[in-house]
Design a protein around this ligand. Sequence first.
Ligand code: S3P
Length: 166
Amino acid sequence: MSAPLIVLVGPMGVGKSTVGQLLAERLGTGFRDTDEDIVTAQGRAIAEIFVDEGEAAFRALEKDAVRGALAGHDGVLALGGGAVLDADTRALLAGQRVVYLSMDVEEAVKRTGLNVARPLLAVNPRKQWRELMEARRHLYEEVATAVVATDGRTPEEVAEAALDAL
Ligand code: S3P
């Protein structure tokens, strides 16, 4: 059975997709993103799933998407920023090479601003980011086998640092 070479976790907007694609190019492998898998399977945007069915229903879909991608992909895999909130999803990551792409709150606000396409950040982005990071940082650290700080770095520099950290 195939398994990903690298799994990327970290908050939304940290650059998991951009860095993941660069890493996949460097490693000569494919790139997959569980958010995209969910959108394709559901035929709906993630924001729509949140509005129609709520976050818990989305997390259940996400857990299935992570399980499927871990079992069926041998390249670079990016997870949605909140995937680590689910204990079963975290357990699925045991034994994988997991890189946590981190950023501080100010960098997060700068990069994402007020982004209505990201439903968790629709109001008061700085406060939301602070709370989000406080709630999730330890979960990213729990699943990670390496941490790469992205603050002030280009995606190319982050990809380089991730390769060094492997
Ligand atoms: C979420 C992050 C998003 C997406 C959904 C929820 C989160 O993924 O899964 O909007 O809870 O942080 P990205 O990290 O790819 O933006």
